[in-house]
Design a protein around this ligand. Structure first.
Ligand code: FES
Length: 160
């Protein structure tokens, strides 16, 4: 019998019509639904079977796109833009502050499994740099105070 995650994947596939043109969007939705921001082997096998895509080809895609990950990450993926315009707006200080607040380095996940830190390329919001992205949401004009508030809001929403 299908487990809950398998049912979620089937729902995503149904909604997007198992259309190979939508594969990236399907994989991103599955990644989000995983709760750990990654595509597990189980998920990859289901997609491969249901969409008729050989597993090897699917893994080529999973490893090609930087936004897809095959290892578990934090529930919240905090991505810091490190392109030049954001750097000029002191994104390095924001990166340093996040490292301190979370007690992790880039590429790492906090021990409670909540936050992963990563760099990302420009998302076109350079005019409000320095910029971070968490899930689908972009946050700009960041200060240390704003970051503290964002982190505590995310944590509090979990508890609420
Ligand atoms: S350089 Fe950071 S959003 Fe464009």
């Amino acid at each position: 019998m299908a487990n809950q995650f398998e049912m979620q994947i089937t729902k995503i596939l149904d909604e997007q019509g198992r259309d190979q043109q939508k594969l990236l969007s399907i994989l991103l939705d599955i990644q989000k639904a995983s709760g750990k921001n990654y595509i597990s082997e189980e998920a990859a096998e289901i997609v491969s079977r249901e969409m008729g895509i050989p597993l090897v080809k699917l893994y080529d895609i999973l490893t090609f796109y930087a936004m897809l990950e095959t290892k578990p990450r934090g529930r919240f993926l905090i991505e810091v833009c490190n392109n030049a315009p954001c750097y000029v707006s002191k994104s390095d200080r924001i990166a340093q502050f996040l490292r301190q607040e979370l007690g992790i380095n880039f590429g790492q996940t906090t021990a409670d499994g909540l936050f992963t830190l990563q760099y990302m390329p420009c998302v076109g919001a350079c005019d409000i740099g320095p910029v971070i992205k968490i899930g689908d949401r972009v946050y700009g004009n960041l200060t240390e105070e704003k970051i503290r508030k964002i982190l505590s809001d995310l944590t509090n929403n979990l508890e609420g």
